[in-house]
Design a binder for this molecule. Structure first.
Ligand code: ZN
Length: 306
């Protein structure tokens, strides 16, 4: 029915560090700071929100979003064609919100760290799978780990005794750039996605080098690159429906027994028949606030018994 046009368009210190930082002993120091900082945080959500103030766990994100779609557009989940551009990390599959499967999809646009490697063909393919009286919904964003102890860039995965990097691709690319091992324009067929990420980050080498937390900075750079690319792909795609809704955020993974969260950056609804764009983010956060209250009430007895 229509085509998009034009642009749609925290930093924190408790970083798990890169190899160089670890050698300098910074990692251990930051770990202690992270623990100190999270002492007053009682729940995983409070720990995440001390870094990402508007974060919500991914299940509540989906609940709030589906509620909004029903209320604002009268569109039920089964009429929503969902596509996501998130990292192919297995944890993102393990922790995929249950209610998201009430929608059609998900069509997987993303590769390593959520960059939309499926490209124009991917965007055009799922766009044509949408019901005529439905809507397209795209969620995009890079991801980053925040451990239960509050460290950035690392998590404890299922069945493992030691924490590992998250996003591993961003950790590897950031370390490689920091040690000067990425050559401009070097993209190989065997490691195309990772090499592409390396080139994206290499353009911001000085910014990463100056950052207090390289993983955080690289994730911010990836967010901007992903958002920009999603908008270009969407602007060159014909959508045979009335509404396209795009949500951008940073997906936050924590330890496997804690789950995943989303820090929101944008939520835009475009009516392709009129070209009207509405910013829904504040409304989503309002709906989300009710979920936060519900979570707090549920956890209150646990706190009292501690
Ligand atoms: Zn990843």
């Amino acid at each position: 029915m229509g085509r998009l046009s034009g642009s749609l368009g925290g930093r924190f210190a408790d970083c798990g560090g890169n190899d160089a930082q670890s050698r300098a002993g910074v990692n251990e120091s930051l770990s202690r700071k992270a623990k100190d900082r999270t002492t007053d945080c009682h729940t995983p959500l409070e720990i995440i929100r001390s870094r990402y103030p508007n974060a919500l766990n991914t299940s509540d994100t989906v609940d709030a979003f589906l509620d909004l779609m029903q209320r604002r557009l009268g569109i039920e989940p089964r009429k929503i064609m969902l596509a996501d551009s998130i990292c192919s990390d297995d944890l993102n599959i393990i922790e995929y919100p249950e209610r998201a499967y009430e929608s059609l999809g998900p069509f997987k646009l993303g590769g390593l760290d959520g960059f939309p490697f499926a490209g124009l063909t991917g965007m055009r393919a799922f766009a044509h799978h949408v019901p005529a009286d439905g809507a397209v919904f795209v969620f995009h964003g890079p991801h980053i780990g925040v451990s239960k102890e509050g460290e950035t860039g690392v998590i404890l995965r299922p069945g493992q005794a030691h924490r590992s990097a998250c996003c591993g691709a961003i950790r590897a690319a950031t370390d490689k750039i920091s040690s000067g091992r990425v050559a401009p324009g070097e993209v190989t067929e065997l490691d195309y996605q990772q090499n592409t990420i390396e080139q994206l980050l290499l353009a911001h080498r000085d910014r990463i080098a100056r950052a207090r937390c390289a993983m955080d900075e690289s994730t911010e750079i990836m967010y901007s690159a992903i958002e920009k690319r999603i908008d270009v792909l969407a602007s060159r795609t014909e959508f045979p429906c009335r509404y396209v809704v795009i949500m951008g955020g940073v997906l936050i993974n924590s330890n496997h027994d804690v789950g995943s969260f989303c820090a929101f950056r944008r939520l835009v609804c475009i009516d392709l028949t009129t070209g009207r764009r509405e910013d829904w983010l504040d409304e989503l956060l309002g709906v989300a606030a009710r979920f936060i209250d519900r979570i707090a009430r549920k956890q209150e007895p646990n706190r009292l018994s501690q």
